[in-house]
Write a protein that binds this ligand. Structure first.
Ligand code: ASP
Ligand code: MG
Length: 462
């Protein structure tokens, strides 16, 4: 069997977990395996923060302190995970060399006082460039042939859209050339999240991009399955912290899971589904703490009788309402609203306009809202949109499932379930693909709303 498998930062957060992950991989040593790994938990955030600080405050002493903390953390992990002293020393030396480069780069940023998207990508790349050699060394420590590779070395060549780079059209061929000759002989451990331009400059694929790396590789080399190891039992019907009776979804379709990740279910990076879907390669989400459990399989057609497969809840959103009597029957009003939001780089989560045309409601994430808050009044000064109000105390709940398509009564059941619990619905949206019914409720009702929908369609507590 040929498998591409990815481990996130939490799975390799310390030496104990690093060893655990290496042992999980060892169970597949006789298969053709390629591994993608993220930076140790929290490292990417730390790198972004120090890079910004270096460019604004320019304190070389802070850089030194940061780098020495990072060195200690990675040394600790390597020391704990790798017993063989020869392998360990090799890995420690690699860590030291990388950190010298990092310190030099950050010191440069302190002096120049400028952080370009290109230099930020270079700085954040160190997270994965440090973790991959440790995991590869830990595998060697267990007697498994392994090498570590950067994204660029693995053939992930991208454009120069730093911060959110796109792979070049011939990426598949490049990955095949690099990875295929290794399969079955050594286990390559590839840095997730990072790529390289044709000129050799380091790029990143966007936050959480290790998932995308894994899918790109898995699809390029025609894996039988593409695996994502998480700390939960696969994709769940709801967040188990909110809905006690949430359970694993054994099978779900690519389309359904994409609806879920867009809606904040934090399962997979949305871009990660596409390469697998294009080649119809099944994705499997497995639990590092429960490795014998099958987890969730994501494929073209997900089995399952349920009309609603999952309920998701997004907090930290703001509802904007644009209104004005003069909006009715006037073309171009919606365009103005969306242009304003686009110009301010606002991520729109949900949209609704009733046929009266008297107002347009839009849900955006909080970070987007902070960017436009002060400009809302100006926006309504001239034109036929005379008021722009906002409600910060809301959340979006979504019921997801392709079983809803063409089935009458789903919305009826959903909204009666909410009505019975006395939950007021502020806004509703359903795309014509019918894979997702989303609605806005006040924050205080949101968890109860998620439980109500789950109970109605997926069972559980009353
Ligand atoms: N380390 C990167 C991040 O935190 C990539 C990833 O974890 O997938 O965004
Ligand atoms: Mg991550």
């Amino acid at each position: 069997m040929r498998i591409a498998m990815k481990f996130g930062g939490t799975s390799v957060a310390d030496g104990e977990r690093m060893k655990h992950v290496a042992n999980l991989i060892k169970a597949y040593e006789h298969e053709e395996v390629v591994v993608t790994v993220s930076a140790l938990a929290g490292v990417t955030d730390g790198l972004i923060e120090i890079a910004k600080k270096a460019s604004t405050q320019g304190k070389v002493s802070e850089v030194k302190e940061f780098v020495s903390d990072l060195l200690k953390r990675h040394h600790d992990v390597a020391n704990e995970a790798i017993k063989n002293s020869e392998i360990r020393d090799e890995v420690l030396e690699e860590i030291d060399t990388l950190l010298e480069d990092l310190e030099r780069a950050l010191t440069g940023i302190c002096y120049i006082g400028e952080l370009t998207p290109r230099s930020l990508d270079y700085i954040v790349s160190f997270g994965e460039r440090l973790s991959a050699p440790i995991l590869s060394g830990t595998l060697r420590d267990l007697g498994i042939e392994s090498i570590s590779m950067t994204g660029g070395e693995a053939g992930i060549i991208t454009d120069d859209n730093f911060g959110s780079a796109h792979p070049l059209p011939d990426v598949e061929k490049r990955i095949r050339e690099k990875i295929l000759p290794l399969l079955g002989k050594v286990i390559p451990v590839v840095t997730g999240f990072i790529g390289e331009t044709e000129e050799g400059q380091i790029t990143t694929l966007g936050r959480g991009g290790s998932d995308y790396t894994n899918s790109l590789i898995g699809a390029a080399i025609d894996c039988d399955e593409i695996w994502f190891w998480k700390e939960v039992d696969g994709v769940m019907t709801a967040d188990p912290k909110i809905v006690k009776d949430a359970k694993t979804i054994p099978e779900i379709s690519y389309a359904e899971v994409m609806e879920m990740s867009y809606f904040g279910a934090k399962i997979l990076h949305p871009r990660a589904v596409v390469p697998a879907m294009e080649k119809e390669i099944p994705i499997r989400v497995k639990n590092t703490f429960n490795p014998s459990f099958e987890g969730t399989v994501i494929k073209k057609e997900g089995k399952g009788e349920e009309v609603v497969k999952a309920v998701t809840l997004i907090k930290n959103v703001v509802l904007l309402t644009f209104s004005g009597a003069g909006m009715v029957g006037v073309p171009g009003v919606a365009a103005r609203v969306f242009q304003f939001l686009a110009e301010n780089n606002c991520n729109i989560i949900m949209i609704s306009q009733g046929s009266s045309e008297a107002n347009i409601s839009v849900v955006v994430d909080r970070a987007s809202f902070e960017r436009i808050k002060k400009d809302l009044n100006k926006f309504t000064e001239n034109g036929n949109i005379t008021s722009a109000t906002y409600n910060e105390d809301v959340a979006v709940v979504a019921a997801v499932g392709s079983g809803m398509v063409g089935v009458p009564g789903v919305a009826g059941r959903l909204f009666s379930a909410l009505g019975k619990r006395g939950i007021n619905i502020i806004m509703i949206s359903q795309g014509s693909s019918e894979h997702n019914i989303s609605f806005v409720v006040s924050s205080k009702d949101s968890e109860e709303a998620a439980r109500a929908v789950h109970e109605e369609f997926l069972g559980g507590e009353k």
